[in-house]
Design a protein. Structure first.
Length: 359
């Protein structure tokens, strides 16, 4: 098997620094065994998702095509399509799936960096992938420091993580898609350190307790991403764009915990733990947690997994499943009917995926 060596810059992007499998608010996980499903195509995956009920793998330019499509739940190869290049129908080298964590929204969303990061929508049928439109680009009068916007309330609003000047935590911002007008915001229990320039403008942030957003309808979930923490906050967004917290589940966050995390980040950069990936369906949220150590090799790092877990919540904030996987994993998707979830580890060749049965 091919081993991927992770550089320090990639680790920083992951924002998962140090730790052990923390979070004593969870029950004992249920061991679950997966089925290894072979992949006959030669693919170097960049990302994957589910669109129009099918699994879509977006490959790197080293692969023959951009997209590889598989039927679910059996994971049978259907077709590949698209090429990277400079032609009018080619895809840009840096194109990638957008809004992946939001799951199957009835279309494939793709970020096009030749069009200033425009997100385009594609229909995925049984034979081809065709562009059907674009998602309006947000209009911001402020500098953004965090993740992509996610649509909520059927695309009427964008939700994003950002911070108010002087704050030491991210807030969830709700903005109108059409006008770009800021509607509402609510401060989260995240923790950040912000550096400002001589003009008082923020230019660098250090994430102590980070988070990932996902949405369905009027609901938004914030999955906290930090060592020692297993927590999710659930929010409602009204038709007028007002956001309110209705439930928090998992670990409490206080100044003492934040100080402990800072100390661990500074002292043990060779260990990573936390929520590495998320995926959502209409009824559930899947969170992939890992704990691993990294061995220094040349100018990179080689991962050694200690454990891999999956938490499953419904959109009312209830933990409906907590599983300990029998194989390392770094990416997760799920079928729309929540009967299976699928994982793979980028430390191995993409010659199989693991399928786990839930129902």
């Amino acid at each position: 098997m091919r081993q991927i060596i992770y550089t320090l810059s990639i680790l920083c992007m992951a924002t998962l620094l140090s730790c052990s499998e923390g979070g004593d608010s969870l029950p004992t996980p249920t061991p679950i065994k997966g089925e290894s499903l072979p992949i006959g195509e030669i693919i170097q995956p960049r990302s994957w998702t589910v669109a129009d009920g099918k699994a879509v793998v977006c490959a790197t330019p080293s692969s023959d095509n951009v997209f590889y499509v598989y039927s679910l739940p059996d994971w049978k190869f259907m077709y590949s399509t698209g090429v990277y290049g400079d032609g009018p129908n080619d895809f840009d080298t840096y194109n990638n799936i957008a809004l992946k964590g939001n799951g199957d929204m009835g279309y494939l969303s793709l970020r096009d960096y030749r069009r200033n990061g425009q997100i385009s929508k594609y229909a995925v049928d049984n034979r081809s992938i065709k562009m059907t439109g674009t998602i309006p680009r947000p209009k911001y009068g402020r500098k953004k420091f965090h993740i992509d916007n996610i649509p909520c309330i059927d695309g009427k609003y964008y939700a994003s993580l950002n911070f108010h000047r002087g704050d030491d935590a991210y807030s969830i911002f709700i903005d109108d898609v059409e006008s770009g007008k800021h509607i509402d915001s609510i401060k989260t229990s995240s923790a950040i350190e912000v550096e400002y320039d001589s003009k008082g403008e923020p230019y660098h942030t250090r994430n102590i307790i980070d988070g990932k957003l996902a949405s369905r309808g009027s609901r938004i979930a914030l999955m906290y991403d930090a060592p020692l923490i297993r927590r999710v906050d659930f929010y409602d967004v009204s038709s007028s764009g007002k956001i309110s917290l209705f439930k928090s589940v998992g670990d409490s966050i206080d100044d003492n915990l934040i100080d402990r995390i800072k100390a661990m980040m500074d002292s043990k950069p060779e260990r990573l733990s936390g929520c590495l990936d998320i995926f959502t369906t209409d009824n559930h949220i899947y969170m992939l947690d890992i704990d691993c150590k990294f061995e220094m090799i040349d100018n990179g790092m080689k991962p050694h997994f200690i454990g891999t877990w999956v938490r499953v919540y419904d959109w009312d904030g209830n933990l409906t499943g907590y599983y300990e996987l029998d194989a390392p994993a770094m990416r997760i998707i799920a079928s729309g009917d929540d009967s299976y979830f699928y994982t793979y580890s980028s430390e191995e060749d993409f010659d199989h995926v693991h399928r786990y049965m839930l129902n």
